[in-house]
Design a binder for this molecule. Structure first.
Ligand SMILES: Nc1ncnc2c1ncn2[C@@H]1O[C@H](COP(=O)(O)OP(=O)(O)OP(=O)(O)O)[C@@H](O)[C@H]1O
Ligand SMILES: [Mg+2]
Length: 326
């Protein structure tokens, strides 16, 4: 069944790149564009595996990211998401598989902020600019401007990392990556310690950078709703060893998604058996409704309430037998 597109939700199945039925309010009118055809990927991972000592952490990871798109990696703690991002960033030696990165520039924001403790927040933000030979005044100006957008005042930027809250440190780390105007931004749980108002502002800032510069984002998040809000595609990982078990393409332009769409789509996603398996929800005694399991295009009329938000790009690889019991 490889390549067969299933859907989660009520709207008719949409093949990748096809325009939706204009009479379909959920897919076409309310949510704008269909699942867009992707440009040729600039980042490609093929058969990537990794082990720490005898323990296999990643196995057979295939992944690609195109210009301008946001791809979210979700999965349980310890399944290898950070390891995967470190391989892409070149921070770990690649021992198995291939990684081809044709983006002109790549910047990372790591799970730990990794700020230099002897430099102020402003200097930390401007670090990459300094390495590029940008003059001091311009560095400070750009750091201040971006800092302001991220809710960091001039006073905050004059502080040293130990004088900043965890959320502030995260924002400095995000600013340090964004200030470089990368073509590919790698984010490891970037918004984890932020309040919802600030998150909303940072989502908007990210969207603005993407719209104006065509930046692509590969983002790890534990927050499924965040993944649904921001992404063009969601890759769901399972553990032991870490691998991608579900690939979902989301309808429409992330910048046009409203809260209602995000809530309903997340709820729909949480009823997918592979997602439930990935997050251990199958152990919680909540049954998957058979009709809401992943279905082929012919069976979607049974799907009750959801938003028609996703197309499944391909079938997951075989999971362990017990894994399918929800
Ligand atoms: N440097 C290392 N040496 C040995 N084992 C490691 C190392 N880094 C990670 N691991 C192990 O690899 C596995 C995957 O770790 P990783 O940090 O990639 O997970 P993750 O999916 O990012 O988890 P989380 O969501 O909690 O951040 C874990 O079992 C972890 O203990
Ligand atoms: Mg991690």
């Amino acid at each position: 069944m490889a390549g067969a597109a299933g859907v989660i939700g009520i709207a008719p199945p949409v093949r990748i790149g096809e325009r939706p039925d204009a009479t379909d309010p959920a897919g076409a009118q309310k949510h704008g564009a269909p699942i867009a055809a992707r440009p040729e990927p600039e980042l490609k991972l093929s058969g990537v595996g990794h082990a720490f000592g005898p323990s296999a952490v990643l196995e057979g990871v295939e992944l690609s990211v195109s210009r301008g798109e946001t791809v979210a990696l979700v999965g349980p703690s310890g399944c290898g998401k950070t390891t995967l991002l470190h391989l892409v960033a070149g921070l770990l030696p690649l021992r198995e598989g291939a990684i081809e990165n044709r983006f002109a520039s790549t910047a990372c924001m790591f799970q730990q902020p990794r700020l230099l403790p002897w430099k102020t927040a402003r200097e930390n933000v401007a670090l990459g600019l300094k390495a590029r030979g940008v003059a001091r005044a311009e560095r400070a100006g750009r750091a201040d401007e971006l800092g302001r957008r991220l809710g960091l005042s001039a006073q905050d930027l004059a502080k040293f990392p130990h004088e900043l809250s965890g959320g502030m440190q995260s924002r400095v780390a995000l600013a340090r990556a964004l200030v470089l105007d990368p073509q590919l931004l790698l984010l490891d749980e970037p918004f984890v310690s932020l309040d919802i108002g600030l998150k909303a502002e940072l989502y908007a800032l990210l969207a603005e950078h993407q719209a104006s510069r065509g930046m692509a984002v590969l983002m790890i998040t534990h927050d499924l709703m965040e993944a649904v809000r921001l992404s063009n595609r969601i890759l769901v990982m399972v553990a032991e060893p870490g691998r991608i078990a579900r690939r979902l393409a989301l309808r429409g332009d992330p910048a046009r998604r409203d809260d209602d769409w995000v809530y309903r789509s997340t709820a729909a996603l949480l009823r997918d058996e592979v997602v439930r398996l990935s997050f251990g929800l199958h152990k919680a005694g909540v049954a998957c409704e058979p009709a809401l399991r992943v279905v082929g295009p012919g069976a979607i009329a049974d799907l009750g309430t959801a938003a028609g938000a996703f197309a499944i790009e391909d079938d997951p690889p075989a999971t362990k037998p017990s894994a399918h019991r929800c």
